[in-house]
Write a protein of this length. Structure first.
Length: 183
């Protein structure tokens, strides 16, 4: 019986080691994928910047790239995906600004937020609270940023309201034998 218990403990320990290593590997792949997409976005940006008629050329270069890359690498390199890579680079022009705690699905949601303060809020909250893509999407869809601003405004208004301190006449308390009577 003792050998079986030791084996069960050993098996659980090894299962924990495997699970932990798998989670670390998945996170490393996610991080590398975001960096790859950022580098692709940077390269597209650099190519488009050199041309005078950037808007039309940018659309054409992305279209051409998607036609050439999608058959080889799959739908992850469609026109829309390549456009998102470019947007990722434009919104985070410094690679070190990317958060390793966030995955590509989360970045795709964040890229669609035009307001920089709002985007930074959701990035900070996602990292702080370890939100999944679904949770981040739920918080964006339920306007957490706007609700937080309203709450802060409410708190600020409450701070402006002067506290009314009741002046209690000590003689009246003495007259009632130390009991406070409310009129």
């Amino acid at each position: 019986m003792n050998k079986i218990q030791n084996t069960t403990t050993l098996t659980k320990d090894i299962q924990n080691l495997i699970s932990t290593s798998q989670e670390i590997a998945i996170k490393a792949v996610d991080t590398q994928r975001v960096i790859l997409y950022w580098n692709i976005g940077k390269r597209i940006f650099e190519e488009v910047q050199d041309k005078k008629d950037r808007a039309d050329y940018g659309k054409q270069i992305i279209k051409t790239l998607s036609v050439e890359l999608e058959p080889i690498y799959g739908s992850g390199y469609s026109y829309m995906q390549l456009y998102l890579f470019l947007q990722l680079y434009k919104m985070f022009p410094i690679v070190n600004a990317l958060r390793s705690q966030l995955n590509w699905s989360q970045y795709k949601l964040l890229i669609r937020i035009d307001n920089e303060d709002k985007r930074e809020f959701y990035i900070a909250e996602s990292v702080k609270n370890c939100w999944s893509k679904r949770e981040l999407e739920r918080q964006i869809n339920t306007s957490l940023f706007e609700r937080s601003l309203l709450y802060k405004e409410y708190e600020n208004e409450l701070e402006k309201v002067p506290l009314v301190v009741a002046q209690i006449d000590s003689e009246k308390i003495a007259q009632t034998n130390g009991q406070l009577l409310v009129a």
